[in-house]
Design a protein around this ligand. Structure first.
Ligand SMILES: [Zn+2]
Length: 293
């Protein structure tokens, strides 16, 4: 949903609240504290969307427990921030968002981090099936993908020995991606990741010749593309996951320049959620509904 549609559909705070109440409280409103249905919306001259619970005597609104809770930013601006982020292929910087929705840059940055955290949480457990490409990369510093093979060479302290953050990912061709910051890109680390991500029944794993992938031998059928020789051999290539890395890196190098390593999982989470919803024209609604799940 673009900002034009958001502005038309959600002209004010009340319209946003009513929409969220329909999403969260359908078919019946309940108290988020005790679960009771004995609740009533306060009178209209009170604050918009405030409810009372007759059982636990607490008051609440539809935003309780969500990323919007206790925010002073109008919901229409939150909705626009979400719409703009979903439409931004290369991610969206907080100074840009600040200009777009007229909210101070620092507040925009916090909003975006909350939206990213929500996307990261909702990526959940995805089991990939079919032709799966797995690969690893490093985010941060200058791009030096070729040097990842030098991982274990003390003379050449790149990759793991630098400040760059290792990220591992697997993508189902034509389907979803799972990517995460990797504690370790050793054989065991790679194996743990693939075990919870790739359904071994009926799947074929394609990787480059990085030696950590040898650990999967005997568990998943495995084809290796030797990048030292060529980049594709018929179906044997890792172009899909490379494409995802380039999206992630364009966000890194083009939009955010350098975000702190600490936040890398949130940027990986945003890129993954958006990739997995790339063909869903209801992604905006799905994101809002997810905030209550
Ligand atoms: Zn209650």
């Amino acid at each position: 949903m673009n900002v034009f549609k958001i502005a038309a559909r959600f002209p004010d705070q009340e319209a946003c609240i009513e929409h969220l109440e329909r999403v969260r409280f359908s078919p019946k409103a309940y108290c988020p504290h005790c679960g009771s249905f004995e609740v009533a919306r306060k009178s209209e001259n009170d604050r918009v969307g405030r409810w009372n619970c007759h059982d636990c005597k607490s008051s609440f609104n539809v935003l309780s427990g969500t990323i919007f809770a206790k925010s002073k930013i109008p919901l229409q601006k939150w909705f626009m921030a979400i719409g703009l982020m979903l439409n931004a292929k290369k991610s969206l910087s907080s100074p840009q968002l600040s200009r777009d929705i007229e909210v101070p840059q620092k507040a925009c940055w916090y909003m975006q981090q909350r939206i990213r955290a929500e996307m990261t949480n909702k990526n959940g457990e995805i089991m990939l099936h079919g032709i799966i490409e797995a690969d690893e990369t490093y985010v941060g510093g200058k791009p030096r993908k070729r040097n990842k093979r030098d991982d274990n060479e003390p003379k050449n302290p790149r990759g793991r020995a630098t400040k760059k953050t290792p990220v591992i990912g697997a993508v189902e061709r034509g389907g979803k991606v799972v990517a995460q910051v990797a504690g370790s890109l050793s054989g065991r680390g790679v194996m743990d990741f693939l075990r919870k991500t790739v359904d071994p029944e009926g799947s074929v794993l394609i990787t480059d010749e990085y030696r950590a992938y040898r650990a999967v031998r005997g568990t998943i059928p495995h084809a290796v593309i030797k990048h030292s020789e060529r980049y594709a051999d018929g179906l044997t290539h890792t172009n899909t996951i490379e494409g995802f890395w380039s999206l992630l890196k364009r966000a890194w190098y083009g939009t955010h320049h350098h975000y702190r390593e600490h936040y890398t999982p949130l940027y990986v989470g945003e890129a993954s959620w958006k990739y997995n919803e790339r063909r869903n024209d209801q992604a905006f609604g799905k994101f809002l509904a997810g905030c209550f799940a």
